[in-house]
Design a protein around this ligand. Structure first.
Ligand SMILES: Nc1ncnc2c1ncn2[C@@H]1O[C@H](COP(=O)(O)OP(=O)(O)OP(=O)(O)O)[C@@H](O)[C@H]1O
Length: 266
C-alpha cells in the first residue's frame, strides 16, 4: 500500500435552487471518484482548470471537508474511518501552503510567534528553550536568517513571506504538505527560488507533497508524477515527463498545447 492512498473519493455538494414550492436540489460532483496515490517523499502534481475540483479534493484529503464516500489512507491509517475527535489530532499530519502568504500569515504575529504557535500544536508543553532552538532551525531550513525572528510579515518580501509560510507548515512535523498554487503570486525570478526550496526540502526530509497548480511548466519542473483533473475526475495520471511528452488524454493535450513553450519541448 502506498504512503498516501486515495480510493474512489467522492465529495458532493447539494445546492438548492428555485423558490419555496418549486425548489430543486442540484448535486455538484466536485470530486467524483478520484483514486490517487503517493509514495513517501514523492511530489504529486495536480493540475486542472479553475473549478475542476482541486481545492475540494485537497480540503477533503485534509479532513476539512467530509467525503461523501471513498477512502483516504495516510501512512497506514484510514482517515475516513476515524471518529471525529481523532480526526482533529490527525489534521496536524497535513499542512497547507497557500498562494498568498501575506493573506495566510497573521500580520500581528512576528515570525517567532507564528512558528512557536505551530510547533506547540505538536508539542504543547515545549519549553522556551526548545521553542527558540526549533524556530531558529526552521528559519535556517527555509533559508531565512534567524536574527529576523522578531520581525513581522510586512517587513519581508513576497518570497521571504512564502518561506515563513513553508516553515510554519513544516513546524508541526506533518506527513503530507498540500501546496496550493504556492508560487503563482510571486515574481517569476522568485518562483524558481521557492520551487528549488521545495525540491531541497523533499530531498532533505523526504517530504511528501501534493502540489496544485494551473501552471504546467512549474508542475513539470517540480513533480515526480502528475494527475490531471477535469470536472471532478482524474483523466490522466503518470510520470511527469511521460505525461508531458506523450499525453494520452485529449484534455491533457489541450492543456499542454496551450502553453507555447511546452508544445515545442520534445
Ligand atoms: N462549499 C461548496 N458548496 C457548493 N459547491 C461548491 C463548494 N465548494 C466548491 N463547490 C463547487 O465545486 C466545484 C469545484 O470547485 P473547487 O473550488 O474545488 O475547484 P478548483 O479546481 O479548486 O477551482 P479553483 O482553482 O478556482 O480554486 C465548483 O463547481 C464549485 O463551484
Amino acid at each position: 500500500m502506498a504512503y498516501l492512498e486515495i480510493d474512489d473519493l467522492k465529495t458532493y455538494f447539494h445546492k438548492k435552487s428555485g423558490m419555496l414550492f418549486s425548489s430543486t436540489v442540484e448535486t455538484i460532483k466536485a470530486v467524483d471518484g478520484v483514486s490517487l496515490h503517493a509514495e513517501k517523499g514523492e511530489i504529486l502534481g495536480l493540475v486542472g482548470e479553475s473549478g475542476c475540483g482541486k481545492s475540494t479534493l485537497s480540503r477533503t484529503v485534509m479532513q476539512l471537508q467530509p467525503a461523501t464516500s471513498g477512502r483516504i489512507v495516510l501512512d497506514g491509517v484510514e482517515l475516513t474511518a476515524l471518529p471525529s475527535h481523532a480526526v482533529r489530532r490527525r489534521r496536524l499530519d497535513f499542512q497547507m501552503v497557500f498562494q498568498d502568504p501575506y493573506a495566510s500569515l497573521n500580520p500581528r504575529m512576528n515570525v517567532f510567534s507564528t512558528l512557536a504557535e505551530a510547533i506547540r500544536q505538536r508539542h504543547p508543553s515545549a519549553s522556551g528553550k526548545k521553542l527558540a532552538g526549533r524556530v531558529a532551525e526552521l528559519m535556517e531550513t527555509v533559508g531565512l536568517d534567524p536574527r529576523f525572528q522578531r520581525k513581522y510579515p510586512h517587513e519581508f518580501s513576497g518570497g521571504q513571506r512564502q518561506r515563513i509560510a513553508i516553515a510554519r507548515a513544516l513546524a508541526p512535523e506533518p506527513k503530507l504538505i498540500i501546496a496550493d498554487e504556492p508560487v503563482s503570486a510571486l515574481d517569476v525570478s522568485i518562483q524558481s527560488q521557492i520551487l528549488n526550496l521545495l525540491k531541497e526540502l523533499r530531498q532533505q526530509f523526504g517530504l511528501t507533497m501534493i502540489f496544485i497548480s494551473h501552471d504546467l511548466g512549474v508542475v513539470r519542473y517540480l513533480a515526480d508524477r502528475i494527475a490531471v483533473m477535469y470536472r471532478g475526475k482524474i483523466v490522466e495520471e503518470g510520470e511527469a515527463e511521460q505525461v508531458f511528452r506523450w499525453p494520452k488524454n485529449a484534455y491533457t493535450k489541450e492543456l499542454i498545447s496551450a502553453i507555447p513553450s511546452m508544445s515545442t519541448l520534445h
